[in-house]
Design a binder for this molecule. Structure first.
Ligand code: GAL
Length: 409
Protein backbone atom coordinates (compact mmCIF):
# COMPACT_ATOMS: atom_id res chain seq x y z
CA UNK A 1 0.00 0.00 0.00
CA UNK A 2 1.30 3.47 -0.72
CA UNK A 3 1.41 6.66 1.27
CA UNK A 4 0.03 9.62 -0.65
CA UNK A 5 2.90 11.98 -0.11
CA UNK A 6 6.34 12.27 1.44
CA UNK A 7 6.19 14.38 4.58
CA UNK A 8 7.69 17.80 3.69
CA UNK A 9 10.67 18.92 5.72
CA UNK A 10 8.59 21.67 7.33
CA UNK A 11 6.39 19.03 8.86
CA UNK A 12 9.26 16.76 9.80
CA UNK A 13 9.88 18.81 12.93
CA UNK A 14 6.44 18.04 14.23
CA UNK A 15 7.16 14.32 14.03
CA UNK A 16 9.44 14.86 17.00
CA UNK A 17 6.48 16.40 18.80
CA UNK A 18 4.18 13.49 17.81
CA UNK A 19 4.33 11.04 20.67
CA UNK A 20 3.60 8.13 18.34
CA UNK A 21 3.55 8.03 14.54
CA UNK A 22 0.77 5.57 13.77
CA UNK A 23 0.36 3.78 10.45
CA UNK A 24 -3.38 3.67 9.84
CA UNK A 25 -4.71 1.49 7.05
CA UNK A 26 -7.67 3.31 5.48
CA UNK A 27 -9.99 1.49 3.09
CA UNK A 28 -12.30 3.19 0.58
CA UNK A 29 -13.52 2.74 -2.97
CA UNK A 30 -12.47 6.11 -4.35
CA UNK A 31 -10.37 5.11 -7.37
CA UNK A 32 -11.65 7.35 -10.17
CA UNK A 33 -9.68 10.49 -11.07
CA UNK A 34 -11.91 12.84 -9.13
CA UNK A 35 -12.27 10.53 -6.14
CA UNK A 36 -8.50 9.94 -5.87
CA UNK A 37 -7.84 13.69 -6.00
CA UNK A 38 -10.33 14.22 -3.19
CA UNK A 39 -9.21 11.45 -0.84
CA UNK A 40 -5.62 12.68 -1.23
CA UNK A 41 -6.71 15.80 0.65
CA UNK A 42 -7.59 13.68 3.70
CA UNK A 43 -4.41 11.61 3.39
CA UNK A 44 -2.15 14.64 3.11
CA UNK A 45 -3.82 16.34 6.09
CA UNK A 46 -3.35 13.20 8.20
CA UNK A 47 0.27 12.70 7.08
CA UNK A 48 1.01 16.32 8.03
CA UNK A 49 0.41 15.37 11.67
CA UNK A 50 3.30 12.92 11.55
CA UNK A 51 1.06 9.85 11.34
CA UNK A 52 0.91 7.76 8.17
CA UNK A 53 -2.14 7.20 5.99
CA UNK A 54 -1.64 3.75 4.49
CA UNK A 55 -3.98 3.75 1.54
CA UNK A 56 -6.25 0.76 1.10
CA UNK A 57 -8.16 1.74 -2.03
CA UNK A 58 -10.46 -1.02 -3.30
CA UNK A 59 -11.18 -0.83 -7.04
CA UNK A 60 -14.78 -0.98 -8.19
CA UNK A 61 -17.95 0.45 -6.71
CA UNK A 62 -19.22 0.37 -3.18
CA UNK A 63 -21.04 -2.82 -4.08
CA UNK A 64 -17.65 -4.48 -4.61
CA UNK A 65 -15.84 -2.88 -1.69
CA UNK A 66 -18.44 -3.18 1.09
CA UNK A 67 -18.47 -7.00 1.28
CA UNK A 68 -14.65 -6.99 1.43
CA UNK A 69 -14.66 -4.35 4.17
CA UNK A 70 -17.36 -6.05 6.25
CA UNK A 71 -15.83 -9.53 5.96
CA UNK A 72 -12.40 -8.24 7.05
CA UNK A 73 -13.90 -6.61 10.14
CA UNK A 74 -16.02 -9.64 11.04
CA UNK A 75 -13.12 -11.98 10.22
CA UNK A 76 -10.75 -10.32 12.70
CA UNK A 77 -8.54 -8.63 10.12
CA UNK A 78 -9.84 -5.08 10.42
CA UNK A 79 -8.44 -1.98 8.78
CA UNK A 80 -8.08 1.07 11.05
CA UNK A 81 -10.58 3.28 9.22
CA UNK A 82 -12.98 2.72 6.38
CA UNK A 83 -15.38 4.58 4.16
CA UNK A 84 -18.99 3.43 4.11
CA UNK A 85 -22.09 5.31 3.14
CA UNK A 86 -23.54 6.88 6.25
CA UNK A 87 -26.80 5.19 7.15
CA UNK A 88 -27.49 1.54 7.82
CA UNK A 89 -24.51 -0.24 6.24
CA UNK A 90 -22.60 -0.67 9.52
CA UNK A 91 -25.52 -1.35 11.85
CA UNK A 92 -24.71 -5.07 12.26
CA UNK A 93 -20.99 -4.36 12.83
CA UNK A 94 -21.95 -1.85 15.52
CA UNK A 95 -24.42 -4.28 17.10
CA UNK A 96 -21.58 -6.86 17.23
CA UNK A 97 -19.46 -4.36 19.22
CA UNK A 98 -16.76 -4.19 16.56
CA UNK A 99 -16.73 -0.45 15.93
CA UNK A 100 -15.08 2.39 17.84
CA UNK A 101 -17.40 4.72 19.76
CA UNK A 102 -16.57 8.31 18.77
CA UNK A 103 -19.04 9.97 21.15
CA UNK A 104 -16.33 11.50 23.35
CA UNK A 105 -14.67 13.47 20.55
CA UNK A 106 -18.04 14.24 18.93
CA UNK A 107 -19.23 15.85 22.17
CA UNK A 108 -15.91 17.57 22.89
CA UNK A 109 -15.88 19.08 19.38
CA UNK A 110 -19.60 19.90 19.28
CA UNK A 111 -20.44 17.82 16.21
CA UNK A 112 -24.17 18.13 17.05
CA UNK A 113 -23.86 21.91 16.55
CA UNK A 114 -21.57 21.65 13.52
CA UNK A 115 -23.13 18.96 11.32
CA UNK A 116 -25.87 20.16 8.97
CA UNK A 117 -28.41 18.73 8.29
CA UNK A 118 -28.62 16.98 11.66
CA UNK A 119 -29.81 13.80 9.92
CA UNK A 120 -26.22 13.12 8.83
CA UNK A 121 -25.06 12.70 12.42
CA UNK A 122 -28.25 10.81 13.31
CA UNK A 123 -27.24 8.34 10.59
CA UNK A 124 -23.96 7.83 12.46
CA UNK A 125 -25.76 7.34 15.79
CA UNK A 126 -26.88 3.98 17.12
CA UNK A 127 -28.17 3.31 20.65
CA UNK A 128 -27.33 6.92 21.51
CA UNK A 129 -23.64 6.62 20.58
CA UNK A 130 -21.83 8.07 17.56
CA UNK A 131 -19.88 5.56 15.45
CA UNK A 132 -18.90 7.48 12.33
CA UNK A 133 -17.73 10.86 11.19
CA UNK A 134 -19.81 12.07 8.23
CA UNK A 135 -17.54 13.68 5.61
CA UNK A 136 -19.84 14.84 2.82
CA UNK A 137 -23.29 15.09 1.39
CA UNK A 138 -23.58 13.34 -1.95
CA UNK A 139 -26.91 13.71 -3.64
CA UNK A 140 -28.06 11.31 -6.33
CA UNK A 141 -30.68 13.82 -7.45
CA UNK A 142 -28.86 15.18 -10.53
CA UNK A 143 -28.58 14.77 -14.26
CA UNK A 144 -25.39 15.96 -15.95
CA UNK A 145 -25.74 17.23 -19.52
CA UNK A 146 -23.10 17.71 -22.22
CA UNK A 147 -23.55 21.18 -23.73
CA UNK A 148 -21.41 20.02 -26.67
CA UNK A 149 -23.70 17.07 -27.49
CA UNK A 150 -26.81 19.28 -27.71
CA UNK A 151 -24.96 21.87 -29.76
CA UNK A 152 -23.85 19.10 -32.15
CA UNK A 153 -27.49 17.94 -32.38
CA UNK A 154 -28.73 21.49 -33.02
CA UNK A 155 -31.08 21.57 -30.03
CA UNK A 156 -31.15 23.60 -26.83
CA UNK A 157 -29.71 22.04 -23.69
CA UNK A 158 -32.78 20.66 -21.85
CA UNK A 159 -33.93 22.40 -18.67
CA UNK A 160 -36.07 19.53 -17.40
CA UNK A 161 -36.86 15.82 -17.84
CA UNK A 162 -39.59 16.32 -20.48
CA UNK A 163 -37.29 18.48 -22.62
CA UNK A 164 -34.53 15.89 -22.13
CA UNK A 165 -36.80 13.11 -23.44
CA UNK A 166 -38.03 15.29 -26.33
CA UNK A 167 -34.43 16.07 -27.41
CA UNK A 168 -33.42 12.38 -27.54
CA UNK A 169 -34.27 11.77 -31.24
CA UNK A 170 -32.14 14.73 -32.35
CA UNK A 171 -29.14 13.26 -30.51
CA UNK A 172 -29.77 9.79 -31.90
CA UNK A 173 -29.80 11.34 -35.38
CA UNK A 174 -26.16 12.31 -34.72
CA UNK A 175 -25.26 8.91 -33.20
CA UNK A 176 -25.13 10.47 -29.75
CA UNK A 177 -26.47 8.33 -26.91
CA UNK A 178 -29.25 10.35 -25.23
CA UNK A 179 -28.77 8.82 -21.79
CA UNK A 180 -25.80 6.78 -20.56
CA UNK A 181 -26.30 4.37 -17.66
CA UNK A 182 -23.54 2.14 -16.28
CA UNK A 183 -24.83 -1.43 -16.22
CA UNK A 184 -24.48 -2.09 -12.49
CA UNK A 185 -27.32 -2.52 -9.99
CA UNK A 186 -26.45 0.45 -7.81
CA UNK A 187 -26.43 2.68 -10.91
CA UNK A 188 -29.72 1.52 -12.45
CA UNK A 189 -31.33 1.59 -8.98
CA UNK A 190 -29.87 5.05 -8.38
CA UNK A 191 -31.22 6.34 -11.67
CA UNK A 192 -34.64 4.87 -10.90
CA UNK A 193 -34.68 6.59 -7.51
CA UNK A 194 -33.99 9.97 -9.13
CA UNK A 195 -36.77 9.43 -11.70
CA UNK A 196 -39.07 8.40 -8.82
CA UNK A 197 -38.51 11.76 -7.09
CA UNK A 198 -38.68 13.83 -10.28
CA UNK A 199 -41.78 12.17 -11.81
CA UNK A 200 -43.53 10.89 -8.67
CA UNK A 201 -42.52 13.62 -6.25
CA UNK A 202 -40.72 13.70 -2.91
CA UNK A 203 -43.85 12.78 -0.94
CA UNK A 204 -44.40 9.61 -2.99
CA UNK A 205 -40.71 8.71 -2.55
CA UNK A 206 -41.02 9.11 1.22
CA UNK A 207 -44.33 7.24 1.42
CA UNK A 208 -42.65 4.23 -0.19
CA UNK A 209 -39.03 4.34 1.02
CA UNK A 210 -39.62 5.63 4.55
CA UNK A 211 -43.17 4.43 5.29
CA UNK A 212 -42.83 1.27 3.15
CA UNK A 213 -46.32 1.78 1.68
CA UNK A 214 -47.13 -1.15 -0.59
CA UNK A 215 -50.29 0.64 -1.76
CA UNK A 216 -48.22 3.58 -2.99
CA UNK A 217 -45.63 1.25 -4.54
CA UNK A 218 -48.34 -0.56 -6.51
CA UNK A 219 -50.39 2.57 -7.25
CA UNK A 220 -51.07 4.68 -10.35
CA UNK A 221 -48.52 7.41 -9.48
CA UNK A 222 -45.76 4.80 -9.42
CA UNK A 223 -47.05 3.43 -12.73
CA UNK A 224 -46.10 6.83 -14.21
CA UNK A 225 -42.63 6.47 -12.65
CA UNK A 226 -42.17 3.03 -14.18
CA UNK A 227 -43.31 4.39 -17.57
CA UNK A 228 -40.63 7.09 -17.29
CA UNK A 229 -38.07 4.48 -16.26
CA UNK A 230 -39.07 2.48 -19.35
CA UNK A 231 -38.33 5.57 -21.48
CA UNK A 232 -34.99 5.95 -19.68
CA UNK A 233 -33.95 2.37 -20.33
CA UNK A 234 -34.91 2.72 -24.02
CA UNK A 235 -32.79 5.90 -24.31
CA UNK A 236 -29.81 4.22 -22.61
CA UNK A 237 -30.16 0.87 -24.39
CA UNK A 238 -26.74 1.14 -26.07
CA UNK A 239 -24.77 2.39 -23.09
CA UNK A 240 -22.28 -0.52 -23.27
CA UNK A 241 -20.42 0.69 -20.20
CA UNK A 242 -20.11 -0.63 -16.66
CA UNK A 243 -18.15 1.69 -14.35
CA UNK A 244 -19.95 4.92 -13.44
CA UNK A 245 -16.95 7.16 -14.19
CA UNK A 246 -16.54 5.65 -17.67
CA UNK A 247 -20.19 6.50 -18.26
CA UNK A 248 -19.51 10.04 -17.02
CA UNK A 249 -16.60 10.20 -19.48
CA UNK A 250 -19.07 9.73 -22.35
CA UNK A 251 -20.89 12.90 -21.25
CA UNK A 252 -17.59 14.73 -20.75
CA UNK A 253 -16.56 13.78 -24.29
CA UNK A 254 -19.92 14.64 -25.85
CA UNK A 255 -20.61 11.02 -26.81
CA UNK A 256 -23.73 10.98 -24.59
CA UNK A 257 -26.26 13.70 -23.87
CA UNK A 258 -26.74 13.03 -20.19
CA UNK A 259 -26.13 10.83 -17.18
CA UNK A 260 -28.32 10.56 -14.10
CA UNK A 261 -25.68 10.23 -11.40
CA UNK A 262 -24.75 11.46 -7.96
CA UNK A 263 -22.76 14.64 -7.68
CA UNK A 264 -19.52 12.71 -7.31
CA UNK A 265 -19.63 12.93 -11.12
CA UNK A 266 -18.49 16.54 -10.67
CA UNK A 267 -15.07 15.35 -9.59
CA UNK A 268 -14.64 13.77 -13.03
CA UNK A 269 -15.67 16.93 -14.84
CA UNK A 270 -13.22 18.89 -12.67
CA UNK A 271 -10.29 16.55 -13.38
CA UNK A 272 -11.14 16.84 -17.12
CA UNK A 273 -10.97 20.63 -16.80
CA UNK A 274 -14.67 21.10 -17.62
CA UNK A 275 -16.50 24.18 -16.29
CA UNK A 276 -20.00 23.93 -14.80
CA UNK A 277 -22.43 26.06 -16.79
CA UNK A 278 -20.02 26.41 -19.72
CA UNK A 279 -19.09 22.84 -20.72
CA UNK A 280 -21.84 21.02 -18.84
CA UNK A 281 -25.23 21.69 -17.31
CA UNK A 282 -26.54 20.21 -14.08
CA UNK A 283 -30.26 19.79 -13.33
CA UNK A 284 -31.08 19.01 -9.70
CA UNK A 285 -34.18 16.83 -9.42
CA UNK A 286 -34.04 16.49 -13.23
CA UNK A 287 -35.20 20.12 -13.35
CA UNK A 288 -38.62 19.05 -12.00
CA UNK A 289 -38.47 18.64 -8.21
CA UNK A 290 -35.35 20.39 -6.98
CA UNK A 291 -34.25 18.40 -3.94
CA UNK A 292 -30.98 17.23 -2.47
CA UNK A 293 -30.81 13.72 -1.03
CA UNK A 294 -28.50 13.50 1.93
CA UNK A 295 -26.57 10.46 0.92
CA UNK A 296 -22.86 10.51 1.23
CA UNK A 297 -19.89 9.10 2.94
CA UNK A 298 -18.67 8.62 6.45
CA UNK A 299 -15.66 7.00 8.03
CA UNK A 300 -16.00 4.23 10.59
CA UNK A 301 -13.19 2.96 12.79
CA UNK A 302 -12.99 -0.73 13.75
CA UNK A 303 -11.97 -1.27 17.36
CA UNK A 304 -8.35 -2.35 17.90
CA UNK A 305 -6.77 -3.18 21.24
CA UNK A 306 -4.04 -0.53 21.10
CA UNK A 307 -4.57 2.84 22.83
CA UNK A 308 -2.10 4.63 20.53
CA UNK A 309 -3.90 3.39 17.42
CA UNK A 310 -7.22 4.35 19.00
CA UNK A 311 -5.87 7.84 19.67
CA UNK A 312 -4.68 8.13 16.05
CA UNK A 313 -8.09 6.93 14.80
CA UNK A 314 -9.78 9.70 16.78
CA UNK A 315 -7.24 12.21 15.46
CA UNK A 316 -8.10 11.18 11.89
CA UNK A 317 -11.84 11.50 12.58
CA UNK A 318 -11.24 14.99 14.00
CA UNK A 319 -9.23 16.03 10.93
CA UNK A 320 -11.93 14.78 8.52
CA UNK A 321 -14.60 17.04 10.05
CA UNK A 322 -12.25 20.02 10.45
CA UNK A 323 -13.05 23.18 8.49
CA UNK A 324 -9.85 23.00 6.44
CA UNK A 325 -10.26 19.36 5.44
CA UNK A 326 -13.97 19.81 4.71
CA UNK A 327 -13.25 22.60 2.21
CA UNK A 328 -10.25 20.88 0.58
CA UNK A 329 -11.94 17.47 0.28
CA UNK A 330 -15.43 18.53 -0.83
CA UNK A 331 -14.28 21.00 -3.47
CA UNK A 332 -12.36 18.15 -5.13
CA UNK A 333 -15.07 15.49 -4.50
CA UNK A 334 -17.96 17.53 -5.94
CA UNK A 335 -19.93 16.92 -2.75
CA UNK A 336 -21.38 19.32 -0.22
CA UNK A 337 -19.70 19.70 3.19
CA UNK A 338 -21.26 18.35 6.36
CA UNK A 339 -20.85 21.67 8.17
CA UNK A 340 -22.48 24.98 7.39
CA UNK A 341 -19.82 27.23 8.95
CA UNK A 342 -17.23 27.15 6.20
CA UNK A 343 -16.48 29.34 3.19
CA UNK A 344 -17.39 27.59 -0.04
CA UNK A 345 -17.28 30.65 -2.28
CA UNK A 346 -14.92 28.65 -4.49
CA UNK A 347 -17.70 26.14 -5.17
CA UNK A 348 -18.78 25.96 -8.82
CA UNK A 349 -22.23 26.86 -10.16
CA UNK A 350 -23.62 23.33 -9.66
CA UNK A 351 -22.39 23.04 -6.08
CA UNK A 352 -23.81 26.51 -5.41
CA UNK A 353 -27.19 25.24 -6.69
CA UNK A 354 -26.91 22.32 -4.33
CA UNK A 355 -26.03 24.60 -1.39
CA UNK A 356 -29.04 26.82 -2.18
CA UNK A 357 -31.42 23.83 -2.24
CA UNK A 358 -29.89 22.52 1.00
CA UNK A 359 -30.29 25.94 2.66
CA UNK A 360 -33.93 26.08 1.49
CA UNK A 361 -34.58 22.71 3.14
CA UNK A 362 -35.24 20.76 -0.05
CA UNK A 363 -33.79 17.65 1.57
CA UNK A 364 -34.62 13.95 1.34
CA UNK A 365 -32.78 11.12 3.05
CA UNK A 366 -30.90 8.71 0.80
CA UNK A 367 -31.99 5.13 0.28
CA UNK A 368 -28.93 4.07 2.32
CA UNK A 369 -30.36 5.93 5.28
CA UNK A 370 -33.84 4.40 5.20
CA UNK A 371 -33.55 0.94 3.61
CA UNK A 372 -31.59 -2.03 4.89
CA UNK A 373 -28.71 -3.33 2.79
CA UNK A 374 -30.78 -6.44 2.10
CA UNK A 375 -33.78 -4.51 0.77
CA UNK A 376 -31.47 -2.27 -1.27
CA UNK A 377 -29.85 -5.35 -2.79
CA UNK A 378 -33.20 -6.79 -3.83
CA UNK A 379 -34.23 -3.53 -5.52
CA UNK A 380 -30.86 -3.28 -7.27
CA UNK A 381 -31.26 -6.80 -8.64
CA UNK A 382 -34.73 -5.91 -9.96
CA UNK A 383 -33.42 -2.87 -11.85
CA UNK A 384 -30.45 -4.71 -13.33
CA UNK A 385 -32.99 -7.09 -14.84
CA UNK A 386 -35.40 -4.29 -15.86
CA UNK A 387 -32.66 -2.35 -17.66
CA UNK A 388 -31.13 -5.38 -19.39
CA UNK A 389 -34.27 -7.36 -20.26
CA UNK A 390 -36.56 -5.13 -22.34
CA UNK A 391 -39.12 -7.94 -22.42
CA UNK A 392 -39.86 -7.22 -18.75
CA UNK A 393 -42.77 -4.80 -18.91
CA UNK A 394 -43.03 -1.76 -16.61
CA UNK A 395 -46.14 -3.42 -15.14
CA UNK A 396 -44.20 -6.62 -14.30
CA UNK A 397 -41.39 -4.57 -12.77
CA UNK A 398 -43.82 -2.54 -10.67
CA UNK A 399 -45.50 -5.69 -9.34
CA UNK A 400 -42.12 -7.10 -8.27
CA UNK A 401 -41.14 -3.75 -6.77
CA UNK A 402 -44.33 -3.68 -4.65
CA UNK A 403 -43.55 -7.22 -3.42
CA UNK A 404 -40.08 -6.08 -2.31
CA UNK A 405 -41.54 -3.07 -0.49
CA UNK A 406 -44.03 -5.40 1.23
CA UNK A 407 -41.11 -7.12 3.00
CA UNK A 408 -38.77 -4.10 3.14
CA UNK A 409 -37.01 -3.20 6.40
C1 GAL B 1 -20.93 6.26 -3.55
C2 GAL B 1 -20.06 7.19 -2.71
C3 GAL B 1 -19.46 8.29 -3.54
C4 GAL B 1 -18.82 7.74 -4.79
C5 GAL B 1 -19.77 6.76 -5.50
C6 GAL B 1 -19.15 6.13 -6.74
O1 GAL B 1 -21.37 5.21 -2.75
O2 GAL B 1 -20.89 7.80 -1.71
O3 GAL B 1 -18.49 8.96 -2.75
O4 GAL B 1 -17.66 7.08 -4.45
O5 GAL B 1 -20.14 5.75 -4.61
O6 GAL B 1 -18.05 5.39 -6.44
Amino acid sequence: MTKFTAIPATVAMCIASTAYAADLEVTHWWTSGGEAAAVAEFANAFNATGHNWVDGAIAGSGGTARPIIVSRIIGGDPMHATQLNHGRQAEELIEAGLMLDLTDIAEAQGWKDIVNPPGLLESCTQDGKIYCVPVNIHSWQWIWLSNEAYKKAGVDVPSNWDEFVAAAPALQEKDILPLVVGQQGWQTNGAFGVIQVAVGGADLWSEININKSVEAAAGPEMAKVFAAADTARQMSANSNVSDWNLATAKVINGEAGGQIMGDWAQGEFAVAGKIAGEDYTCLPGLGVNEVISTGGDAFYFPKVDDPEITAAQKELASIMISKEAQVAFNLKKGSLPVRGDIDLSAANACMQKGLEILAAGGVLPSGDQVLSSDTTGQIEDLFVEFWSDLSMTPEDAQARYADIIASAD
